[in-house]
Design a protein around this ligand. Structure first.
Ligand code: 0RA
Length: 646
């Protein structure tokens, strides 16, 4: 090839590459889902995924992730290092291709075991395109190489900057604040939860996570090391740490050599909730899919067969349904699929039919062996299933009562509800308010056109510790169901939630800004999490933020939501202002409550979202369960950071 043609080729290709990168910047949501908080954190996951792939191929065992002092993020692994030799087709270094060409990630290495899919796996070049600055450092074959980029464009060809004994890849990036306009600030908790999850899903890897933005009293960074030798088995112990098991071991299997690698772990506990988390290529499949289907069928078939053979079902007057086998079950299913098809509203439902049978078979075999070897546990499980069937019949009756009330329409609305006049649910909001007195103030303060008020009596039922039929019999909870227009349960699927008749698209929890208030918020959230998860997932649940202080001097007044704002307001008024601390909503009058907490133009609402279902489950089971010490520890540990957040 003549020099000239080569040049032309190079520039033609580089124009194409540029267009690809421009496209990412023009339509970032197509690549990373959204440009909010979620999309921002997605950048980190994308970079970490590449290192995880390197580890899964057996080429590295340690990954370190750091939020740097300046808010950028660095991910480093001790793998083979991204190749830096000339990429013949592109005429530039392979590293540059990976970093600046859309869809180039890893593809030139046929040996690498890469199964990323879904939202992840779009390639590190996407992260580069969405970063104001990025730097790649490669430690490979005794040398250190480096290249930097601005908004996805390389600033200079890959250069050697030194020698080293090390191997690996280091990536540092600064998210572009013209793309992530909402925020470019990474959340410790969000990243830490994901790193923990990844370490359970990929046993043997060590992931260290450090936040260098602040130091503690001892002058040290906040940091955690995640490492799991037993993988999902350990994950189950972590999730169920605050629940009481009814069997002696975590039941697990790992078939990573199969055509479709399947890993499963499960345990039964004394609770009444079903907790199944499923993953495809390390991505949490919230909406389930074929792997979950395979799991359920394997579980039901095997337990049913065992129960039938044992004769324990002989005297039973009820039909046993699939649900009954999953009460008090905590399970994790993780599969690797080379060409995953993701379906569903949030593209987190696995569609590949070929996955059903291998998972079902693997689960069946695992359980059969366990029941065989642990007859006492087997008996305990079957007894639990029978109890669940009995309770389901009781719950069905209670639920039907709720339903009858709901379908009666306007007349069936709870007496305590002060409804709004607007009819379009998309424009309606309902405030769930702690106590009748605050409820009264809210009722006076609201805009009755579109704001409804539902006062709740003191502490609502802790659903974490109650049997299902108790939950549906509880008056406050029935009021919530009827007020919202939400129903549950059909003949086939007793847990199906029907949001079609949802009467308010914003459901706002408004509690005092103190310990009791936050306890009540947590109780209400626990209820939503366990019984109306879709309401949270679809973004309908919010928490109102009443101010903590009123700062007044002469005819000037300002509200403050934290100590810093309070002091600033005081300073603006020239100091020595009168400071009132609100101990509860009850101390505000209707006008104040409207101004600060209910007026859409001034209030701050925090939308509740679930980053990680598994993490949320663990936190709720701990906060609301029986064990006191872990709860105290959690509150003490988080108290410090809660102040920082405020
Ligand atoms: C393809 C080939 C080789 C390494 C990698 C990909 C690689 C990519 C990433 C991304 C993050 N860390 C990484 N580490 C390695 C090298 C193949 C060889 O050396 O033979």
């Amino acid at each position: 090839m003549s020099e000239e043609i080569k040049k032309n080729n190079y520039s033609a290709d580089s124009i194409q590459a540029l267009e690809g990168m421009e496209h990412v910047r023009m339509r970032p949501s197509m690549y990373i889902g959204d440009v909010g908080v979620r999309g921002l954190h997605h950048l980190v996951y994308e970079v970490v995924d590449n290192s995880i792939d390197e580890a899964m191929g057996g080429h590295c065992d340690t990954i370190s992730v750091a939020i740097n002092e300046d808010g950028s993020v660095t991910v480093e692994d001790n793998g083979r290092g991204i190749p830096v030799d000339l990429h013949k087709k592109e005429g530039v270094s392979a590293l540059e291709v990976v970093m600046t060409k859309i869809g180039a990630g890893g593809k030139f290495d046929k040996d690498s075991y890469k199964v990323s899919g879904g939202l992840h796996g779009v390639g590190v070049s996407v992260v580069n395109a969405l970063s104001v600055h990025m730097k790649s450092t490669v430690f490979r074959e005794g040398k250190i190489y480096e290249q930097e980029y601005e908004r996805g464009k390389s600033l200079y060809p890959v250069k050697q900057i030194g020698e080293t004994e090390k191997r690996g890849t280091r990536q540092t990036f600064y998210p572009d604040n013209t793309i992530f306009t909402q925020t470019t600030e990474f959340s410790y908790d969000t990243l830490s939860a994901r790193m923990r999850e990844l370490s359970f899903l990929n046993k043997g890897i060590t992931i260290t996570f450090t936040d260098k933005r602040e130091v503690d009293d001892k002058g040290e960074f906040r940091s955690e090391v995640f490492h799991s030798d037993e993988g999902l088995k350990e994950y189950i112990r972590y999730l169920d740490g605050n629940r009481e098991p009814i069997v002696s071991h975590v039941i697990s299997m790992d078939n990573d050599k199969g055509e479709i690698p399947v890993e499963v772990a499960l345990i039964y506990n004394t609770s009444y909730t079903e907790n199944i988390f499923s993953y495809v290529n390390n991505i949490n499949t919230h909406e389930g899919g074929t792997h979950l289907q395979g799991f359920r069928s394997g579980l039901t078939r095997t337990l049913k067969k065992y129960a039938d053979a044992s004769g324990m079902l002989d005297k039973l007057k009820f039909e046993i349904s699939g649900d009954d086998f999953r009460e008090g079950l905590t399970a994790i299913i993780s599969v690797k699929v080379s060409e995953p098809q993701f379906e569903g509203q949030t593209k987190t439902k696995l569609g590949n039919r070929e996955v059903v049978s291998p998972v079902s078979q693997a689960v069946g075999e695992m359980l059969e062996n366990y029941l065989e070897e642990n007859p006492n546990d087997a008996k305990v499980i079957i007894q639990k299933v029978i109890l669940a069937a009995q309770a389901r019949h009781a719950a069905k009756k209670a639920r039907e009562m709720v339903q009858r009330k709901t379908v009666m329409g306007g007349g069936g609305l709870p007496g305590k509800l002060s409804d709004c006049s607007e009819q379009d649910p998309a424009r309606c909001e309902v405030y769930l308010v702690e106590g009748d007195s605050a409820g009264g103030t809210a009722k006076q303060g609201r805009d009755r056109n579109f704001q409804a008020i539902l006062p709740l009596r003191g502490k609502i039922l802790n659903v974490e510790k109650a049997m299902h039929h108790k939950v549906f019999e509880n008056e406050e909870i029935r009021n919530i169901f009827t007020a919202l227009g939400v129903t549950v349960g059909t003949a086939e699927d007793s847990k199906a939630l029907n949001l079609e008749k949802l009467r308010y698209h914003k459901v706002i929890i408004m509690c005092d800004a103190d310990v009791d208030g936050s306890h009540i918020s947590t109780l209400i959230l626990t209820f939503f999490f366990r019984f109306m998860k879709e309401l949270i997932e679809e973004g309908h649940v919010y928490i109102a933020a009443p101010p903590l202080y009123l700062v007044k001097k002469g005819n000037k007044k300002e509200y403050a939501w934290n100590d810093v704002q309070r002091d600033q307001a005081n300073e603006r008024m020239g100091g020595s202002a009168n400071i009132q601390r609100y101990k509860g909503l009850g101390e505000m009058n209707a006008e104040q409550l409207w101004e600060t907490t209910m007026d859409p133009n001034f209030r701050t609402l925090r939308q509740v979202n679930i980053d990680s279902l598994a993490e949320a489950d663990q936190v709720f089971s701990m906060l609301m369960g029986d064990e006191v010490p872990p709860r105290r520890e959690f509150i003490e540990k988080n108290a410090v950071y809660a102040n920082i957040d405020a």
